[in-house]
Design a protein around this ligand. Sequence first.
Ligand SMILES: [Fe+2]
Length: 382
Amino acid sequence: MNIHKFVMPEVIFGKGSIQQVGESCLRLGATSVLIVSDPGVMEAGWLDMVVRSCQQVGLNYTTFYDVTINPKDKEVEKGCRVYLENGCDAIVGIGGGSSIDVAKAIAILATNGGRIRDYEGIDKIRYPLPPQVMVPTTAGSGSEVSQFSVIVDTKSEKKMTIISRSLIPDIAIIDPETLSTKNTHLTASTGLDVLTHGIEAYVSLAATPLTDVQSKNAISLVAEYLRPSVASKINIEAKTNMAMASLQAGLAFSNAILGAVHAMSHAVGGKYSLLHGDVNSILLPHVMEFNLLANPKKFADIALLLGVDTRGMSYMEAGKKAIDYVKQLAIDIGAPQRLSDIGVEEVELRRMSVVAFHDACMITNPRDVTVEDIEELFRKAW
Ligand SMILES: [Fe+2]
């Protein structure tokens, strides 16, 4: 029998759960927390709610919201200084994947020292991290349950993927109400990232029955609820189901890892300040077409999960329908269609192909790839 491992944090899910942040920090032994966020989340009022929940239980706190999309090593170093200067002993991250990834990276430096680039790759962290409570406000990166942190090395213009068991937060607090302040574009982009997590984890070489349950459910939920979630800010049923999809896709990819879409989009995100989900959704159908040969049965399963009628079709035929569905979904919700439309320059494609080839996410892609394959995929998507 094969050995399967599945790791995850304590999860608190539901409307109003954001009010449990302070209490959750106390349970982890915190006395003074650093709350990491970004300006958008602060403006929407969610940071204030977290601050209040800390005040209510008598916790000291310091806020740090100098975080941008595709967060940079310099932001992590600055945040770590704030953590140490204020004598913090726990970290809360509230926001999209950027805030949560920065919060995790600050946790690494706080107890391990050095520069964040020292930890790129798998299992480089030596000492235990401070307690971490993460509150996602997008659906989403899945970072609140994952063992990943992705940070841009500003020197090499490369996204570094840090993977470690220590990066799994202690507690993830998922409040679907926080999704109600996101604009249409961000809802579409983050939702297509969830779909990419579900699909890449499902066909990953490291997928197991434990991760398949999560990724399959996530794919179905996106098919049913992403369109309504993009259509209405106040559709709480759609928001709740997208929050669940994001959680389950996060659990799947944290344990099964990802594939070529994320390897390639990390290479793009190191150079260009673009929404991660936009880049993924452009690349996803092209990578699915390339990967179909590696596991036709699983791609046929994906078609079924997306609600496609595959009766009478071969696995390859059904798999192709899944790709058509993904393309149409992106069109329906107004996602960008080509890399050239969002500012990626042709001259960068070769260099980014080499970077993507060496990304940690490429290891679990179901089909062998060469730098030339990646460049061809980039050209198709350009
Ligand atoms: Fe992602």
